[in-house]
Design a protein around this ligand. Structure first.
Ligand SMILES: Nc1nc2c(ncn2[C@@H]2O[C@H](COP(=O)(O)OP(=O)(O)OP(=O)(O)O)[C@@H](O)[C@H]2O)c(=O)[nH]1
Ligand SMILES: [Mg+2]
Length: 457
């Protein structure tokens, strides 16, 4: 089954889920209404009971008064007699009291036997409902946990999705017939969404063929053919890509972060270090950006926040010397992961690339498989510029994966398609904000599904 078919199924499921949720909410509202009515009914019953009780109490008051009266009447008689009479009266009084409480008890039981049965039934029903609700809550909690990651992902991507989707929607809304104008507009839409010029042209050519081949004429057919084709191309381009971080089998895993200044290298290290630390890993940071003022302090702040160790030297010292010291420490002291922060800018590009290869050599000399990952950090908001940077880095360094940051701040989700099709590098993580938790593992299918969600019919 193709990816498009899977997405179609998911789209249908999503719709069903939404509808189910709406029905659940309606049922819940109705339930609340009926329980409100039940409460009112109970309140009325309570009031009736109270009225009964008051009636009994007032009659008992009369009886007690009668008792006192008897006592007073007999007070002129002799002591023994009067004592007897008092005893009798006390007996009477006690009997009266007993009578009252019995009457009160009986009145309660006798006057509402059916209601009591009803109440019991209601209680049982409520218990059953509560049990069902608890089960549902548990299920929902489990689902929520699973969905939390993709929810966060989806929320972060809402800008990309709405705009990419909106653009395509607008295109289809203006659809009159499958002619050259339509394909020109499609090409523009794709370029605007940052899929890259070459890819936009290429894709449009393929779509032109495909639409002809499938003889799609009405709007829905054309829309489906286009989305299906885009998803297929995307799928094929990344068949052998793994989004997992390549971990060392033995000893420390070394991850080198590269990328131009300001893309989010240091921030991403801070976020990832926290994730690994929470997974129980022993984490070490290396402050190998000794060039930019304040860069060492910035990483140091993250180390403190994440409560992980750091190797740092003074500003302007040799970055490779920092890396050497860090990899030594990682080996000697059994660290699980070493994150190496590097400068985004040196005196010039050549210097930067030379420095990176020097660091790599130092690492490989100490641990032959290191660095296990060279992650290129790209700022999604810079669009095509990011792609050009990526090409440059790829030529000079063995980049193993991409971290795409600031996806929360861009409307140009097409960049992911471009990275996949032009660079053939897997996006491993995406940055969705500035907070430590704003980093998500990248799920390519979720991402593409997110982009086309709502458009797939
Ligand atoms: N909105 C948003 N901001 C981010 C994200 N990642 C990083 N930033 C912000 O981007 C700015 C630059 O981040 P840094 O981590 O300093 O970038 P860098 O690549 O280390 O930069 P240099 O050290 O100058 O090379 C900071 O203000 C970060 O808070 C993200 O995913 N979303
Ligand atoms: Mg930095």
């Amino acid at each position: 089954m193709g990816l498009f078919d899977i997405f179609k199924r998911r789209s249908k499921k999503d719709k069903e889920k939404r509808e189910q949720q709406e029905t659940n909410e309606e049922q819940e509202n109705k339930k609340q209404e009926s329980s409100l009515n039940d409460n009112n009914q109970e309140l009325n019953n309570d009031n009736e009971d109270k009225n009964d009780l008051n009636a009994n109490e007032s009659s008992s008051g009369n009886n007690v008064k009668d008792g006192n009266l008897n006592q007073n009447d007999d007070s002129h008689l002799d002591d023994s007699k009067s004592n007897n009479s008092v005893n009798n009266d006390t007996d009477n009084l006690e009997n009266n009291d007993k009578g009252i409480s019995e009457r009160v008890d009986n009145s309660d039981i006798q006057s509402h036997p059916e209601e009591q049965e009803q109440e019991q039934e209601q209680e049982q029903e409520q218990e059953q409902e509560q049990e069902q609700e608890q089960e549902q809550e548990q299920e929902q909690e489990q689902e929520q946990e699973q969905e939390q990651n993709s929810d966060k992902f989806e929320k972060g991507l809402s800008k990309s999705r709405s705009t990419f989707g909106e653009k395509l929607n607008r295109l289809f809304a203006n659809f009159r017939s499958v002619d050259e104008d339509f394909f020109d507009d499609l090409e523009d839409t794709l370029i605007e969404s940052d899929v890259g010029f070459d890819m936009a042209v290429n894709l449009t050519d393929q779509l032109r063929e495909e639409v002809k081949l499938q003889n799609a004429k009405n709007r829905e057919d054309v829309q489906n053919v286009i989305i299906q084709k885009m998803i297929d191309i995307y799928d094929q381009a990344g068949n052998d890509e793994s989004t997992e971080i390549n971990m060392a089998e033995n000893g420390p895993t070394v991850i080198l972060f590269v990328g131009v200044n300001g893309v989010g290298k240091t921030t991403t290290i801070g976020k990832m270090a926290d994730k690994y630390k929470n997974d129980g890993k022993k984490v070490l940071l290396a402050a190998a950006d000794t060039f930019r003022a304040g860069a060492i302090e910035q990483l140091d702040e993250w180390a403190k926040r994440d409560q992980v160790d750091i190797v740092k030297k003074t500003e302007k010292s040799d970055p490779s010397a920092v890396v050497y010291e860090a990899v030594h420490k990682a080996k000697e002291e059994d660290y699980d992961v070493l994150f190496v922060d590097t400068a985004g800018r040196l005196q010039n590009k050549v210097n930067l690339m030379n420095e990176l290869s020097k660091m790599k050599k130092v690492l490989t000399r100490e641990i032959p498989e290191a660095p296990h990952e060279v992650l290129l950090v790209l700022d999604a908001t810079t669009g095509q510029n990011a792609l050009n940077q990526a090409k440059l880095f790829k030529e000079t360094t063995d980049v193993t994966g991409i971290i795409l940051t600031k996806l929360d701040g861009t409307a140009k989700g097409g960049i992911v398609l471009a990275i996949r099709n032009e660079l053939h590098l897997p996006v491993k993580y995406v940055g969705l904000g500035e907070k430590v938790s704003d980093l998500s593992k990248f799920d390519a299918n979720d991402y593409v599904y997110g982009l086309f969600k709502g458009l797939i019919k």
